[in-house]
Structures are given as structure tokens and as C-alpha cells.
Design a protein around this ligand. Structure first.
Ligand code: SF4
Ligand code: SF4
Length: 166
């Protein structure tokens, strides 16, 4: 599976992106994972970060580069990304679970405490997830940021949710 062939990043491709933190950083608390792999003219993530942890610079087609030591995991870069390519992982959330903050543009929004289905990058169901937080202020412009808790071994796989209200 590769981005070019299947439209989905492989683990090897992910590991080489300049927006993905080194493995050891995940032990230190929440941190952003920027899955931006195409050299398109785009940079709102750079301006949205209050910690100056993301640099695109010139030319604007550069891939975003993360200074992982500066990132606080606030998630403010998530809703500004038109590619829905930014996530925040907290592998230190609890012994068994990690949290994933992800962008969500569907309705209905999930509610805090709700159990939803966690999906991988290909839209396949991988596990259940508990909604820990829902942020949808006006300034996020209809891209809500949902925080879910999932088993730790799924945190690098889960990138979307399905809300089932039947
Ligand atoms: S999560 Fe917050 S601190 Fe980290 S890169 Fe995004 S905006 Fe910056
Ligand atoms: S806003 Fe999203 S698509 Fe644009 S450069 Fe940043 S990560 Fe890439």
C-alpha cells in the first residue's frame, strides 16, 4: 500500500514525513502527527500554531516540518487543514488507551461519552472508541475536533470515526 498506488500512506511513507514526530516523542505526552505528503501550495497549519512548531516557509509547496519538541498537542492546527491531514496523539493518556484528536466534518457530531466506531485510513472499522471531547467553536469554521480514546496499539491506525445513531 502506497500513497501513489492506493491513495493511502504506508507506514514507511509515514515514518519519513517531516511532519511526523520521532517514535520516542510519543512517550513524552500529546503531539501532532502531520500526514501531509503532497507538495501542494498550502500553509495554514504554519500560521495556526501558537507554539511555532510547524514550518512550511518558502516555497509554499514545501511539506510542513514539525519541531516536535515545541508541540504542546493543543490541536489548534487540526481544523485549519483543508486536507484533513492533521491529528494529535497522546500515547500517555492511560496504561491501556491512547487518545486521538481528529478533524470531523459530518453531522451529527458525536457526544462526549458516546461509543463510536473507529476507522483506519482506508475507512475500515478497526475498533470501538470512546468520545472524550468534542470541540466545535465558531472559529473552527465547521471542522470539529473530536478526541477519542482507543487501545494504544490502534492509535497510529485510527484516523476517522463513524457515528451510528440507528
Ligand atoms: S498541536 Fe498545537 S502546538 Fe502542536 S503543532 Fe498543532 S497547533 Fe502547534
Ligand atoms: S494545512 Fe494541511 S494540507 Fe496544508 S500544508 Fe498544512 S498539513 Fe498540508
Amino acid at each position: 500500500m502506497t500513497l501513489e498506488k492506493d491513495g493511502v500512506l504506508s507506514p514507511e511513507e509515514l515514518a519519513h514525513l517531516p511532519g511526523v514526530p520521532p517514535a520516542e516523542r510519543f512517550h513524552e505526552g500529546p503531539v501532532v502527527v502531520i500526514e501531509c505528503a503532497q507538495e501542494i501550495p498550502c500553509n495554514p497549519c504554519e500560521g495556526a500554531c501558537p507554539a511555532s512548531a510547524i514550518q512550511v516557509g518558502e516555497p509554499i509547496t514545501n511539506l510542513p516540518v514539525l519541531a516536535a519538541d515545541k508541540c504542546t498537542g493543543c490541536g489548534l492546527c487540526i481544523p485549519v487543514c483543508p486536507g484533513l491531514a492533521i491529528f494529535v496523539l497522546d500515547m500517555t493518556y492511560s496504561d491501556q488507551e491512547a487518545t486521538v484528536q481528529l478533524p470531523y466534518e459530518f453531522l451529527p457530531l458525536p457526544e462526549k461519552g458516546e461509543i463510536v466506531t473507529a476507522l483506519d485510513r482506508e475507512g475500515r472499522a478497526v475498533c470501538s472508541a470512546r468520545v472524550v471531547n468534542v470541540r466545535n467553536p465558531k472559529k473552527f469554521d465547521h471542522t470539529a475536533v473530536i478526541t477519542i480514546a482507543v487501545p494504544k496499539d490502534q492509535a497510529m491506525n485510527v484516523r476517522n470515526i463513524a457515528v451510528d445513531r440507528r
